[in-house]
Design a protein around this ligand. Structure first.
Ligand code: CTP
Ligand code: CA
Length: 227
């Protein structure tokens, strides 16, 4: 069998990736979530491991399995769980990529028993979850911190705002309204922008190929600065 040799340019680096959706519990049978499959985050974790990094993958509920058994997988359920896991691993990692689609809201009250239907409409009070990425941006020391922006319009403008506001080193902007991009599928179309606002458009490709390109841009940008 012939193996193509891979240049292990992330050897000696620790990479922390978050993937998947979060599930926000309403009662024992119901939860609030989004369409994230986890595929982009898993692809990034696999690619980082392939390039020689030591990888921790914090993932929300997904049916995916990581092919590389050296990846340290941490399963979480809610946004609060993900917040805690990411803060636990953050200080010891060099590259941190937040590909997870974290629920922005969680039910204010969690019912211990199944909610029975009542006559008329239901109103559910929701409260904001913590912004994990922002909280990491505020405490970061030498980590190279990368976020995602999932947008349906003005994606570059909104993405650049997130890059700035969350103190990121780079952002991967995803226009999820474009065919072939975003949630669920095996392909994506993204724009990588670093904090110098250098922009790399990555055309329609598999999430695996996109992950590998993104890691090369991250490596290039890390060498440019002290990380
Ligand atoms: N993110 C996070 N914690 C949250 C919400 C988002 O860490 N509670 C992260 C995501 O993992 C992603 C980035 O922030 O890397 C951008 O997520 P996105 O949903 O595009 O942006 P928001 O800041 O949540 O703003 P909005 O959904 O209103 O566009
Ligand atoms: Ca959001």
């Amino acid at each position: 069998e012939k193996h193509q040799s891979v240049e292990p340019f992330l050897q000696g680096k620790k990479v922390l990736v978050s993937a998947g959706p979060t599930h926000e519990k309403i009662d024992p049978v119901r939860f609030f979530t989004n369409h994230s499959s986890g595929k982009m985050g898993f692809a990034l974790a696999e690619a980082a491991a392939k390039f020689g990094a030591e990888v921790t993958l914090v993932t929300g509920p997904t049916s995916l399995t990581a092919a590389n058994n050296k990846i340290n997988r941490i399963n979480v359920t809610s946004a609060q769980d993900m917040y805690e896991a990411m803060h636990q691993y953050f200080p010891t990692n060099n590259i941190v990529i937040k590909a997870a689609a974290v629920a922005d809201y969680t039910p204010k009250l969690v019912y211990d028993e199944k909610m029975k239907k009542q006559p008329g409409d239901l109103q559910l009070e929701m409260t904001r979850t913590k912004d994990i990425l922002l909280s990491l941006g505020e405490i970061k020391t030498n980590q190279f911190l990368v976020g995602f922006a999932a947008e349906t319009s003005n994606s570059i403008e909104y993405g650049l705002n997130k890059l700035e506001k969350k103190h990121l080193d780079a952002i991967i902007i995803n226009d999820i309204s474009t065919k072939g991009a975003g949630f669920g599928g095996d392909t994506n179309i993204v724009t990588y922008v670093n904090k110098k606002r250098e922009r790399e458009d990555i055309e329609l490709a598999s999430k695996k190929e996109i992950a590998e390109k993104v890691l090369r841009f991250i490596d290039r940008d890390m060498k440019d600065e002290k990380h």
